[in-house]
Design a protein around this ligand. Structure first.
Ligand SMILES: Cc1cc2nc3c(=O)[nH]c(=O)nc-3n(C[C@H](O)[C@H](O)[C@H](O)COP(=O)(O)OP(=O)(O)OC[C@H]3O[C@@H](n4cnc5c(N)ncnc54)[C@H](O)[C@@H]3O)c2cc1C
Length: 366
């Protein structure tokens, strides 16, 4: 079968990998360089974690996601994952972290719980005030995102056509038209265009909103550096903050971010992080991290989420020969290998498309 994929982010590339493994002929068109630093997948790292609030479906997909990454590591010949463990902090006993804990325990995920006092004693790099409780999973950590994307691009070789923007998709005919005017017809077409999706599939416009997000890198003071290297990923999400941090791994600085959606911005234009963007993240850190005033603040950069209002992924059929992968809402990377395999199975007819859409939306299934 001949398949054309639009977009060389993790979703398009992982789908290409899974199809090529099955012996199909795949071409990936990428508008920028491959990897494209403007894509949502191209940053140093992405978190994988079982904690998912009340979302039992996504919690249950994490072990299959790990298994899919293992299959990819075997094919790539390298393991691009650092297991740091994941600490989820609850400031509100009815909040996200406590809800996650209940969902994880019901799913049989091993975790260690802490009272607020215990958490403050066990993790002295965090300021303990306001922590009601916390829990730690030994599994979970950091996927080395840009290296994964680069390794997939290398593996797919000539199958990835960089600098080839797709101007139009006819999902009934299986045809893509390139910006150059040339067109290609395939048996199936996959649109995995990240925050640009609605430009090719206007029906996605009301369902998915590009959302400009900012992350800041920082180095802790030298006397805390070793302790920070031993820290887990920290998630401190509540109604007033979407704070998360990734500890220094593989020589990268610490990464600080806020998961709350801006729901604004144009992924082609609004790329510079402003002083105000940085200041907003630093203000959250100041009341959460010990000696934060002594951290060396490094680069800040922007990245775009493609937000679906309920944060549910869209992996669906479009027209007679088309598929779309979208709505990853800032939490899709961890499922890249799994969803690539799942969509490949649907494309070749091994899985029912409606069941796959339901699974990707976190509502259970295959
Ligand atoms: C700051 C930030 C932090 C995140 N943290 C996490 C995390 O910790 N854990 C997690 O699981 N997920 C996380 N995510 C989300 C995750 O990174 C994304 O869900 C995922 O990378 C989306 O992959 P994608 O392939 O759908 O899109 P992208 O990576 O954006 O790829 C789409 C590609 O399509 C190309 N393209 C678009 N239009 C065209 C066209 N017309 N012709 C040709 N090519 C085109 C683009 O150039 C781009 O390369 C985060 C995202 C951001 C921005």
């Amino acid at each position: 079968m001949k398949v054309v994929i639009v977009g060389a982010g993790i979703m398009g590339l992982a789908t290409a990998w899974a199809l090529i493994r099955r012996g199909h002929d795949v071409t990936v068109f990428e508008q920028g360089p491959a990897p494209n630093p403007l894509g949502g997948s191209v940053d140093r790292h992405r978190i994988i974690r079982h904690a998912y609030g009340a979302e039992a479906g996504y919690t249950a997909m994490i072990d299959p996601a790990f298994a899919a990454w293992e299959r990819l590591w075997a094919d790539l010949g390298e393991r691009l994952y650092v297991e740091t463990g994941v600490l989820a902090i609850a400031r509100d006993p009815a909040g996200w972290a406590e809800t996650s804990k209940k969902t994880m325990l019901a799913a049989g995920v091993a975790l260690r719980g802490f009272s607020g006092v215990e958490a403050a004693a066990r993790f002295p790099l965090l300021l303990g005030n306001g922590i009601a409780s916390a829990h730690l999973t030994a599994t979970g950590g950091v996927l080395l995102a840009d290296r994964i994307v680069a390794a997939l691009v290398r593996m797919l070789g000539d199958g990835v056509k960089s600098g080839q923007a797709v101007r139009a998709v006819d999902s009934d005919r299986g045809q893509v038209t390139l910006a150059s005017g040339a067109s290609v017809v395939a048996d199936q077409v996959v649109v995995a265009a990240g925050p640009w999706v609605a430009r090719l599939l206007p029906s996605m416009g009301p369902r998915v909103t590009p959302s400009r997000q900012v992350v800041v890198y920082a180095d802790p003071p030298a006397h805390l550096a070793a302790a920070w290297r031993a820290m887990p990923v920290v998630l401190d999400l509540d109604l007033t903050s979407g704070f998360y941090l990734i500890p220094p791994v593989r020589g990268f600085p610490l990464k600080l971010g806020d998961h709350r959606f801006s729901l604004t911005g144009d992924p082609d234009r609004d790329r510079d992080a402003t002083a105000d963007d940085t200041a907003a993240i630093l203000a959250v850190c100041r009341v959460r991290l010990r000696e934060f005033g002594r951290f060396a603040i490094g680069e800040a950069h922007t990245c775009f989420y493609d937000v679906e209002p309920q944060e549910r992924f869209i992996v669906e059929r479009v027209g007679k020969r088309g598929w779309v992968m979208s709505g990853f809402s800032g939490h899709g990377f961890k499922f890249g290998a799994l969803l690539g395999e799942t969509l490949a199975a649907a494309i070749v007819g091994e899985r029912d498309s409606a069941a796959v859409a339901c699974y990707a939306a976190g509502r259970g299934g295959p």
